[in-house]
Design a protein around this ligand. Structure first.
Ligand SMILES: [Zn+2]
Length: 511
C-alpha cells in the first residue's frame, strides 16, 4: 500500500514539475548526441536558454513540438563563414546551423566588429578571429583596418601586402594589430596565408608563438594550393605542422579539400601523422568541388598560374555564367575584389567526386561551409555584397551553393543517399568536433555541440528522409528544406520549416 502511494505521488510530482517547468518541449524525436552516444527516441525539455530535461517519457510545456519521425540534434557550428549578416544567417539557419564563426579570414578591429554585430537583429550566434591579412594590409598601406569585407576587397589591387616580407616597423605594426584583436576578445588568429603568400617564415612562426602565448588557435588557409611541387599544398601544410610542433600552438587547417585539390591523400597523411604524435593540429573541409573567392587573389597570379593550377578561364564562374580568358583578364585587372566561383574538381566525374568524399568523410575532418557573401551585379556590371534583410533573398543575388547547402548536403548525400557516414558521425563532424576544438580557449563552447541537460538550447529538428540542399552552382539562391525547427539559445530561429523573421536569438561568442 505504502509503495503504491509513493509511486503515485512521485508520478504526480513529476508530471507537476514537467507541466510547470518547461518553456518548450520537443517530444517523440530521435535524439542524437554524439558525445554520450545517445541515439534513441527521447523527449527534450527546455527552460529559458538551456536544455533542462531529456526524458524517456513525453514532457509537457508551454510550447510543444511533436518531432515524431524526425531527428533532434545539437545545432550545427560553422567554423568558417564569411557572411555574418541576417540574410547569410537565415540561409544557414534553414540547414540547422546555430553558430557561425568567421575564423579563417577574421576581421580587425575586433572590438568594433562585435559592437556593430550587437546592434543588429541576428538569429544565430556569431564570432570572429583577429585577421592577420587585415593587419598586413593596414601595416603595408599605413592605414587603419576597417572591420568590413570591402577593406579586404579594396586591397586586392595592391601587391605589396600580398608578396613582400614584412620588416622592422611594418612587421611590428602588423603583429601589434593582431595582438590587439586577441586582447579585444578575438577567437584566435585568422591566417589567410594563401592571400599573402609572400610573407616570411619568421612571420608565421611569430603568429604561432603569439597564439601559443594567448592560448588560442590559428586558423589557416595555407600558403599554397594544388599538387605541384615545389610550393604546393603539401609544402604549405608541412610549414603549418612544423610551427605547431615548434610552438605548441593549436593550428587549424581550413578547407583541406580546396587547398589540396588532387593531393588530398598526401595532405591527410600529414594530418594523421601530426595527430598521431599528439600535435594540436585540426582540420576542416566542405563537400563541393568548387571554391569561391576574390578573382584578384594571389593564388590566381604569378608565372603560368593557370598551368600550375591545371585550370582555365572556363573554370571560373561569375553569377550563373562561366568566363572567357578576356573576361577573366579584365576582371583581374579592373575589379580584383569581385567574388567568383572556381571549379577545381568536377563532382560529376567519379574520380573527382572520390577526392571530395575522402576529404569530408575522414574521421579527423570537421565540416565547415566557407559560406561566402551574397553578391549582386549593379547597372555597370560591378559586383557588390548584399547586406539587406529581404527574405527570401532578392532573386538576383548569388553566391556559392555551400552558403545555402553545405550542412544539408552532408545529411542528404553522405548520410541518406550514399550511406558514406552514419547519422551520428555526420552530426559529430558538424557540432561536437568544432565545439571540442574551441572549448579549451572559448569557454562558451563547452555548452555547445551537445544535446545534454545543462547545455545551451541550440537544437535542430530535421527530417532525415527529406532534408535537401536545394542550392546549385546555377542557382545557389535556394534555401535548404527539411529543417522543421531551429532553436538558438532557447528561441525559435526556424519554426514550422520557415525562417522566423524577427528572431533576435543570436549571441556573441567571444573570449
Ligand atoms: Zn579560404
Amino acid at each position: 500500500m505504502k509503495k503504491t502511494l509513493s509511486l503515485t505521488f512521485s508520478i504526480l510530482l513529476s508530471s507537476a514539475v514537467h507541466a510547470q517547468t518547461y518553456d518548450i518541449v520537443i517530444n517523440n524525436g530521435r535524439v542524437v548526441d554524439p558525445e554520450t552516444g545517445l541515439d534513441a527516441v527521447r523527449h527534450v525539455g527546455i527552460h529559458g536558454d538551456q536544455i533542462a530535461a531529456i526524458s524517456e517519457f513525453p514532457l509537457s510545456g508551454e510550447t510543444v513540438i511533436d518531432a515524431r519521425g524526425q531527428v533532434v540534434a545539437p545545432g550545427f557550428i560553422d567554423l568558417h563563414a564569411h557572411g555574418l549578416n541576417v540574410g547569410d544567417m537565415r540561409m544557414q539557419a534553414m540547414q540547422g546551423v546555430s553558430t557561425v564563426l568567421e575564423l579563417e579570414s577574421g576581421v580587425l578591429p575586433i572590438g568594433a566588429w562585435y559592437d556593430t554585430q550587437a546592434k543588429k537583429v541576428l538569429p544565430l550566434n556569431y564570432g570572429a578571429a583577429a585577421a592577420w591579412t587585415f593587419g598586413r594590409i593596414a601595416a603595408f598601406t599605413n592605414t587603419e583596418p576597417r572591420a568590413t569585407p570591402d577593406f579586404f576587397q579594396d586591397a586586392q589591387s595592391l601587391d605589396n601586402w600580398k608578396q613582400e616580407i614584412a620588416y622592422g616597423e611594418t612587421f611590428n605594426r602588423l603583429m601589434a594589430l593582431v595582438e590587439q584583436g586577441l586582447s579585444e576578445g578575438g577567437l584566435g588568429i585568422g591566417v589567410n596565408a594563401g592571400y599573402a603568400p609572400g610573407y616570411g617564415q619568421k612571420e608565421y612562426f611569430a603568429l604561432a608563438k603569439l597564439a601559443a602565448e594567448y592560448d588560442v588557435a590559428t586558423f589557416t588557409h595555407v600558403r599554397y594550393l594544388g599538387d605541384h611541387q615545389p610550393n604546393g599544398a603539401f609544402d604549405a601544410m608541412q610549414e603549418l605542422i612544423a610551427n605547431a610542433a615548434l610552438t605548441g600552438a593549436r593550428m587549424h587547417i581550413c578547407h583541406i579539400n580546396s587547398n589540396s585539390v588532387r593531393d588530398i591523400h598526401a595532405t591527410l597523411d600529414l594530418v594523421e601523422r601530426a595527430q598521431a604524435r599528439g600535435l594540436p593540429v585540426t582540420v576542416e573541409a566542405y563537400p563541393y568541388g568548387a571554391g569561391n573567392t576574390v578573382v584578384g587573389a594571389a593564388m590566381f597570379s604569378g608565372e603560368n598560374w593557370q598551368e600550375r593550377l591545371n585550370t582555365t578561364a572556363q573554370a571560373f564562374q561569375l553569377g550563373d555564367r562561366r568566363l572567357t580568358e578576356d573576361e577573366l583578364d579584365d576582371l583581374q585587372a579592373n575589379e580584383p575584389g569581385t567574388f567568383i566561383t572556381w571549379h577545381f574538381l568536377d563532382e560529376d566525374q567519379p574520380e573527382d567526386l572520390s577526392l571530395v568524399d575522402v576529404s569530408v568523410t575522414h574521421p579527423s575532418v570537421m565540416i565547415a561551409s566557407d559560406a561566402v557573401f551574397w553578391s549582386y551585379l549593379d547597372d555597370n556590371g560591378m559586383s557588390l555584397i548584399y547586406e539587406g534583410d529581404e527574405w527570401p533573398l532578392p532573386d538576383d543575388v548569388f553566391s556559392h551553393p555551400r552558403s545555402a547547402g553545405a550542412f544539408a548536403k552532408m545529411l542528404r548525400s553522405y548520410v541518406r543517399e550514399r550511406g558514406l557516414l552514419s547519422l551520428s558521425e555526420a552530426i559529430r563532424k558538424m557540432s561536437l568536433m568544432p565545439a571540442q576544438m574551441l572549448e579549451e580557449f572559448v569557454p562558451q563552447m563547452q555548452r555547445k555541440g551537445r544535446l545534454q541537460v545543462g547545455m545551451d538550447a541550440d537544437i535542430v529538428v530535421f527530417d532525415l528522409a527529406t532534408i535537401t540542399d536545394n542550392a546549385t552552382y546555377a542557382n545557389a539562391n535556394r534555401p535548404a528544406t527539411g529543417v522543421q525547427t531551429l532553436l538558438v539559445n532557447g528561441g525559435f530561429a526556424v519554426r514550422d520549416g520557415s525562417v522566423v523573421l524577427d528572431a533576435d536569438t543570436g549571441r556573441a561568442i567571444r573570449r
